[in-house]
Design a protein around this ligand. Structure first.
Ligand code: ADP
Ligand code: MG
Length: 666
């Protein structure tokens, strides 16, 4: 299973490198790179049944000659297609070769999104499909086309066919009616039909959930004492006094809870949940201050480079005057900076290390690590979470998340983690007004932005998320940027950030925005987590129906951070989901509703952010599985000697040891 990728026929060194860069090094890794979604091409829909915003397969005939339009770097190809029930325009951006395919009278199977443009429905950038199958959609890997990824997986499956032993004890398989492993692997990637897909996912989700929960319990270890901080009385008070604001009661309570863990011999394992803007950072820094006061190093991990840098700046400003050294370790440092960082960490020179997941995926050695904090936990993969536990076995771990998970679900998902909740926003926040804005009101909305800017305020504009590739994402950010610069926000200073930019350029653009050298920031979802600019009072989300509710709620949390009245505009058709957002700012309510409407997979952002590739949530369509595996994990751990338990425990340990980095990260 751990065959290197060059055992796969037809994959050259270049593709192997591209896969390795994405963290895929073995045939196993590749097979665990599960699709993030599927396209069902088996039942094309009649055009007359298509609803705005929907993604679907249609079998159509080209009914008008293709036309081409060029403007600068942009090339638009258009034609009309019909299937006897309706006729719609189809539009391609920057794919001039498509013209060849658009011959009048030709029949095509198309898959794509039906968008509303200027009040009319159109099919934008569909793919031309050959067969009526259920096709996997993988998260893009830079340097590989979607087709190359499919081919590589297909080839890997052929190698492994029948060879991947089913390690899950048979009793479990029979008892819970789980599909056999080889069947599950094949059908998770290339489903024969919807039922086979369901069975495959159920099997894989069961395995992942069970092993994950067993691994979590194992990684918390037994009764062995952990790192213990004996900080002075009054240390907490002193910390709060050092801040520029008084803490909320909730912050005080939660830091006390954390302090209790730090003092005790039992290592802390705590989940801190708090809605966006509830002030988790100040609590995290408090925990760091306590650990540092006792001579321990702390590591603070953020899911993105941007957020890591922001925390780094914040930590420096707070801790350096207190005589503590703060360092940064992220994936984008040069080789030399990396080496220096590793040295400073292992020599104990740095008291506080802020970083991205590089902090766990690289084998960083600390001199006296006492506390590990991960921010925006929901963006980390399941394996990383488990790895982290394994790494700092006796270390205090605090994980923080803004994605409100209903309490019972959180307790089960996070195994034995203790739970703290920041259920209070700092005072002086004016509630954010949320409006759903139909396309034809877009111009008025940007007029409003111009007025806000002229009053010294700033605004975010978030681009529609394009699932297919980062390249297209960047294109959509650039197109929007251009539209705003040339037209709707002509006299306004606009900056742009997207995932394709170099981290340094991204950071530079963000810092110009932060320093008020720019009024409007156009971005893809890189700003989703954590960015903090209190002077920004407007959040615009273009094509909002493409985002998950939880994600929209997060985006909205970027504004309303100062004492000014703040606005969130969701551009799109006012459907049930967007209306819910407009009606409440209660994150828990939104999360519950989101789960009701879309299932837990999407709640965790697995779909939208790809955060949990191959992780349970992406595969999970059935919450009852959580409960079943939870109980089963308990049973296994309560009699670890039985042959069956031993087999599962062995698998769980494997999971912990395997150095899989989360391919989905950035
Ligand atoms: P989140 O929980 O979303 O990570 P942050 O920690 O980024 O929230 O805090 C959001 C903003 O609120 C920051 O500007 C922070 O300085 C500010 N803040 C945090 N706690 C308080 C408080 N007790 N009083 C006033 N402002 C606060
Ligand atoms: Mg935060």
């Amino acid at each position: 299973m751990d065959y290197p990728l060059n055992t796969i026929r037809g994959i050259g060194p270049k593709r192997i490198q591209a896969l390795a860069d994405a963290g895929i090094r073995t045939v196993r890794d590749l097979l665990l790179y599960f699709p993030r979604d599927y396209r069902d091409l088996t039942s094309p829909k009649p055009l007359c049944d298509i609803r705005p915003g929907e993604e679907a397969a249609v079998r159509v005939e080209i009914s008008s000659k293709a036309s081409e339009y060029r403007s600068g770097r942009l090339c638009i190809t258009r034609a009309r297609v019909s299937d006897g029930t309706a006729t719609v325009p189809v539009v391609f951006y920057n794919q001039p070769w498509m013209k060849e395919n658009l011959v009048v009278g030709r029949e095509l199977l198309l898959y794509g999104r039906f968008e509303v443009y200027k009040g009319k429905i159109q099919l934008t950038c569909p793919s031309i499909e050959q067969e009526e199958v259920i096709e996997p959609v993988y998260r893009p890997i830079p340097g590989l086309s979607a087709k190359m990824i499919r081919q590589a997986v297909e080839a890997a499956l052929r190698i492994m066919e029948g060879q991947w032993p089913d390690e899950l004890p048979e009793r479990l398989r029979l008892r819970y009616q789980l599909a056999e492993r080889n069947f599950a692997m094949r059908n998770a990637h290339f489903p024969q039909n919807p039922e086979a897909l369901r069975a495959a996912r159920r099997r894989l989700a069961f395995e992942e959930l069970l092993l994950y929960q067993v691994a979590l319990s194992l990684s918390r270890g037994g009764a062995e004492p952990g790192v213990r901080c004996e900080f002075a009385d009054g240390a907490i008070e002193a910390y709060w006094r050092g801040l520029s604001f008084p803490p909320t009661d909730a912050q005080k309570r939660v830091l006390e809870e954390i302090a209790g863990d730090l003092r005790s011999a039992r290592p802390m394992a705590r989940l801190l949940q708090g809605d966006v803007g509830s002030g988790k950072t100040a609590v995290a820094f408090g925990a760091i201050a306590l650990a540092a006061g006792c001579g321990y190093q702390s590591a603070l991990m953020a899911p993105t480079e941007v957020l890591a840098r922001q925390h780094y700046e914040g930590a420096k400003a707070l801790f350096e005057p207190m005589g503590r050294k703060v360092g940064l370790l992220t994936g984008s440092l040069t080789a030399r900076q990396h080496r220096e960082a590793h040295e400073a960490i292992s020599a104990g020179e740095w008291d506080i290390v802020v970083g991205t997941h590089a902090l766990i995926t690289e084998s960083v050695r600390f001199e006296r690590l006492g506390l590990v904090i991960t921010d925006e936990q929901h963006r980390f993969g399941v394996r990383q979470r488990a790895q982290l536990g394994a790494k700092g076995e006796r270390v205090n771990v605090l994980v923080m998340s803004a994605t409100p998970i209903p309490r019972t679900l959180a307790l089960i998902l996070y195994g034995d983690l203790d739970l703290s909740i920041l259920d209070q926003l700092p005072p002086g926040r004016t509630p954010i007004k949320t409006r759903v804005v139909p396309q034809d009101k877009r111009e008025d909305m940007y007029g409003f932005v111009r007025r806000e800017v002229s009053r010294g305020r700033q605004a975010y504009v978030v681009c529609p998320l394009v699932e297919e590739s980062e390249a297209v994402d960047a294109l959509s950010a650039e197109a929007l940027y251009k539209e705003l610069k040339e037209n709707l926000l002509r006299d306004v200073r606009v900056e742009m950030v997207h995932g394709r930019m170099k981290p340094a350029d991204k950071e530079a653009a963000l810092s110009r925005f932060r320093e008020r050298e720019a009024d409007v920031l156009v971005s893809t979802t890189v700003i989703e987590v954590g960015v903090n600019v209190p002077n920004a009072t407007v959040m615009i989300v273009e094509d909002a129906q493409r985002f998950g509710l939880a994600q929209l709620h997060q985006l909205r949390g970027r504004v309303g951070r100062g004492d000014q009245e703040s606005w969130c505009f969701l551009v799109g058709e006012p459907n049930e989901r967007l209306k819910l957002l407009a009606s409440t700012t209660d994150g828990f309510k939104i999360a519950e509703k989101d789960m009701e409407m879309r299932g837990p997979g999407d709640l965790f952002g697995a779909r939208q952010s790809g955060a949990v590739v191959a992780g349970i949530f992406g595969l999970l369509s059935d919450t009852s599985l959580i409960k079943i595996t939870h109980d089963e994990a308990r049973r296994i751990l309560s009699c670890p000697e039985s042959e069956e338990s031993a087999a599962v425990i062995r698998l769980a340990k494997d999971l912990l040891e395997r150095k899989l980095c989360d391919i989905a990260m950035n």
